[in-house]
Ligand binder design. Structure first.
Ligand SMILES: [Zn+2]
Length: 244
C-alpha cells in the first residue's frame, strides 16, 4: 500500500538545528511531505551543555509554539497538503522538577522521550506521564507519546516484556529514525516481532538538523514493511489525523 510521506522528528534554531521553523516547513512543502513535526530539544542534563541551545524557558517555549501555529495557519490558508505538528524531544536525563515546571503537555501534539535505556528509565517516564494525567483533564488534546531513536538492544535480553507492557499500557509509539539505522537492524528482530504481537504503534522520523535531511524516509519505511508493521503505522497515522 501507499503510505503518506512522514517525518515526525526534526530540529530547528530553537535547539541544535541549522534552519528556522519556516525554512523547514517550506522545504517540506517542496519535498511533498504529508506529515511533519518539529521536535526541538528539552534537557537540563549534561546534554544541555553540549548542544547550542534548548527549549529552556517558558517564554522560549511560547515563542516556539507560536511560530509553529503561524506556519500551521499559513498551510491551512494556502491549502497545502502538509500537516504540521507541535512536538518536543525530552531527554529523560532531565530532572523531574524541570520537566514539570516547563512542559505543559496539552500544548503539544507529540512528546518524544529520548535515552530510554533501562527499567529505571521506564519508571521515570511512567511517573512523568502519571503526573501529567493527574493534573490535566484527559481529553483529545493530550499528546501522543513516543520513543525517539530507541535502541532495543538495551532491553532485548531480559526486560523485553516489561518494556512491551509499558508501551502497551501507556500507548507509546516507537520511532524508526533514519539517522540511527542500527537500531532497526535485523539483530533486533525479536523486538519488532513483539511490536507486532502487542500492536504497538510505529512511526518515522529523520532527526533532521538541516532542511537537507528532511526526506530520508525510505529506509525506515522499508524496514517497517520488512517487519510487517504496516498496520502499526496505519494505527499511528489514524491517531495523528485526530490531532488536526
Ligand atoms: Zn532529535
Amino acid at each position: 500500500m501507499e503510505f503518506p510521506k512522514i517525518n515526525l522528528h526534526t530540529h530547528t534554531l530553537f535547539s541544535d538545528g541549522k534552519n528556522s521553523i519556516k525554512q523547514i516547513v517550506n522545504k517540506s512543502i517542496k519535498l511533498g511531505l504529508n506529515y511533519l513535526a518539529i521536535t526541538d530539544h528539552f534537557t537540563n542534563s549534561w546534554k544541555a551543555g553540549v548542544i547550542s541551545t534548548t527549549l529552556n524557558t517558558v517564554e522560549k517555549i511560547d515563542h516556539y509554539l507560536n511560530e509553529i501555529t503561524e506556519c500551521q495557519e499559513f498551510l491551512t490558508l494556502n491549502n497545502k497538503n502538509l500537516k504540521l505538528y507541535k512536538g518536543i524531544e525530552v531527554d529523560i536525563g532531565s530532572s523531574r522538577a524541570y520537566i514539570k515546571r516547563l512542559i505543559r503537555p496539552t500544548e503539544f501534539d507529540l512528546i518524544l522521550f529520548e535515552y530510554l535505556e533501562t527499567p529505571e528509565g521506564i519508571a521515570f517516564v511512567k511517573n512523568i506521564i502519571d503526573q501529567w494525567k493527574k493534573t490535566i483533564v484527559f481529553n483529545r488534546s493530550f499528546p501522543l507519546f513516543g520513543l525517539a531513536h530507541f535502541d532495543p538492544s538495551n532491553f532485548i535480553y531480559g526486560s523485553l516484556n516489561i518494556l512491551m507492557q509499558f508501551l502497551k499500557e501507556y500507548d507509546i509509539y516507537v520511532e524508526f529514525n533514519s539517522s540511527y539505522p542500527q537500531f532497526y537492524s535485523w539483530r533486533n528482530e525479536l523486538f519488532f516481532k513483539k511490536l507486532k504481537e502487542y500492536n504497538i504503534m510505529v512511526t518515522i522520523g529523520s532527526d533532521a538538523h538541516t532542511s537537507r535531511d528532511l526526506d530520508n524516509m525510505f529506509n525506515p519505511l522499508e524496514m517497517i514493511k520488512v517487519y510487517k508493521l504496516e498496520n502499526n503505522l496505519e494505527i499511528f497515522i489514524n491517531h495523528l489525523k485526530q490531532k488536526t
